[in-house]
Design a protein. Structure first.
Length: 129
């Protein structure tokens, strides 16, 4: 990575399988963070009525609590994640653009997870310390 259109056209079946696994895991990690970890963090902090709130309200609250640096970054990651659903097999340029964007976005997703983990440990230390 980064991947260009000519290299994309030369990918072996094994390489394609690895890329598919990366894309699948990226999507699953983002789903898990968004659908489970965000809620779990807010529940840990005794926030109420989370299941009935729109997701944007949850993102706003996470941002207020400094559990998420910028909700717009998350929303952009969501757009990137949704681009995985589009198949560009016959359009190498679009395929490589999407793959390279997702590959770069992984670091951002890792950063969001790391911040949540660090803040959770901090909150736990305050609660039990």
């Amino acid at each position: 990575m980064p991947l260009d259109a000519s290299r994309y056209l030369q990918l072996t079946d094994d390489e394609i399988e690895h890329i598919d696994q990366f894309l699948f895991r990226f999507a699953k990690l983002q789903d898990a963070i968004g659908e489970k970890l965000f809620i779990a963090m807010l529940e840990f902090l005794k926030e109420e009525n989370l299941r009935s709130k729109p997701f944007i309200d949850i993102l706003n609250r996470l941002e207020q609590l400094e559990l998420l640096e910028d909700k717009n970054v998350w929303l952009e990651l969501r757009k990137i994640r949704n681009s995985i659903a589009h198949q560009y097999e016959d359009e190498p340029k679009q395929a490589t653009d999407a793959l390279n964007t997702i590959y770069q976005a992984k670091a951002t997703l890792d950063s969001i997870y790391s911040l949540l983990k660090t803040r959770y440990i901090s909150f736990q230390d305050q609660s039990y310390g």
